[in-house]
Design a binder for this molecule. Sequence first.
Ligand code: ZN
Length: 360
Amino acid sequence: MKDSIKIFSISGIPIELHISFVVLMLFLFITSIYFGSPGFIFYILLLFFFVFLHELAHSLVAKRYNVKISKIILLPFGGVSAMEHIPEEPSKELAIAIAGPLLNFLAVAITLVPVLLLPSGTATFQEVFFSLGMPRNLLELAAIILKVNLLLGAFNLLVPALPMDGGRILRAALAMKIGFAAATDISVDVAKVIAILMFVFGFLFSPWLALIAFFIYIGAMQEAQITLISSVLRGVKVRDIMSTGVISLSPGMSLNEATDVMIAHRHMGYPVVQSDEVIGIFTFADLAKVEKERWASTVVEQVMTKEVISSSPDEDATDALFKMHSHGIGRLPVFVGGKLVGIISKTDILRATELLRIAR
Ligand code: ZN
């Protein structure tokens, strides 16, 4: 199931709203209307506008380093830029990590001038800064933008816990001295300690903080796993682990016929080939979308996934894995000059990782 909704694209990067964010917005919208306090919903909207700009800043710098961004997902606690791989050169990770908070501090700098000049007669800076009301004029709006960006920038930059920006900066700084893998180990431990302390504090005083702590902990564990996989798979190419002799389906096959093939070969997904060209991917998940009674009358072409994301034999296995991860798919057809030569699945890669780890 898709758990995020695409809202628009910017320079080829799809921007998606996570479903939990949609639910939260609806809930806040209804309650703020019920209690007659539109100020709060206004704050949330503003906050997420700047979370979006913050993520976009990360993405644009990443793009400069040829790190492909497959999408930006806006979550209730901030954003996630799904990168196809995280660069291991510390200077690049540093630049990508700093770009987000830098954008927030830029907004702080821009709004600081009019806010400092806030004329007497309107509310004072302190009043606006600490209230949660709707702004009554442009100067108060500037003060609120300043506040939101100061919080976002400082929180992301100053908490040195992976996967937050501060944690990435910490890892990049350590990596310059002790290498990427050792730097990740230390940064992950630091992040876990911070997450646990934050959770305890949040449990006592603020449920939001506890929730963020939870996500930091999960994020840190993922980061550790990613680093383990990429260090074990160093130098391993897609050609080394892909399956050749690919079984494919034809677009006109009924789902009953396709099921026979799937059972016979025990793979979860197959390329759909028409006159030597791969026109889609058909997976077990696609099959499950159709009720069993309709399998005889439905053909593969009607339910297959038409967007084909592919790999090449020379691609690093790690990059292929991250590509699958960021697109939420389980396998990639492998092409050479438009010709299908193999298929590589998440399971193939994880199994290879496990074997290599034991063998070394
Ligand atoms: Zn960030």
